[in-house]
Design a protein around this ligand. Structure first.
Ligand code: MG
Length: 162
């Protein structure tokens, strides 16, 4: 059985708001992320990780931010479409490991909910997902609380094309 690994990265800027959407879960905060879609940086990094592992390009190619249909779009729904595209090419996500880097909000209390949402969309068990929160120790743009960065690594296995 062939196994592949993909990596994804994303970042979004904070603006005043009422919660940060990460992995389909809104974490209460005095800010929100801004972007063309719903600005879900976890969904975007995981999408790039699976598309990259499958050799199928990237999220910007699949969902251009110049397309009106992608404005405000549900990024977990976009991830589901990327999962389907991988399956059509014979690649199935096996697990994903995600690191969220921001000074606040804290990710830990919401980890289980995010893992569950990722598992549903990736069609894996929740224990095949992980989400970790890190600060940037007060350094740089993340340290100043200007936004959030996310790194994701995904493993895909080859299977029958769907
Ligand atoms: Mg993004």
């Amino acid at each position: 059985m062939s196994i592949r690994v993909g990596i994804g990265y994303d970042s979004h800027r904070f603006v005043p708001g009422d919660g940060v959407l990460l992995g389909g879960v809104t974490i209460p905060a005095p800010v929100r992320c801004t972007g063309h879609s719903d600005a879900d940086a976890v969904a975007h990094a995981v999408t790039d990780a699976i598309l990259g592992g499958a050799g199928l390009g990237d999220i910007g190619e699949m969902f251009p931010d110049t397309a009106a249909e992608n404005k405000g779009r549900d990024s977990m729904a976009m991830l589901a479409l990327a999962v389907a595209r991988c399956a059509a090419a014979g690649w199935y996500p096996q697990q994903v490991d995600v690191t969220v880097i921001c000074e606040s909000p804290k990710i830990g209390p919401h980890r289980s909910a995010i893992r569950q949402r990722l598992a549903e969309v990736l069609r894996v068990n929740a224990d095949a997902t992980m989400v970790k929160g890190k600060t940037n120790e007060g350094m740089g743009w993340i340290g100043r609380g200007e936004g959030v960065a996310v790194i994701a690594v995904a493993t895909l296995a080859e299977g029958p094309r769907s």
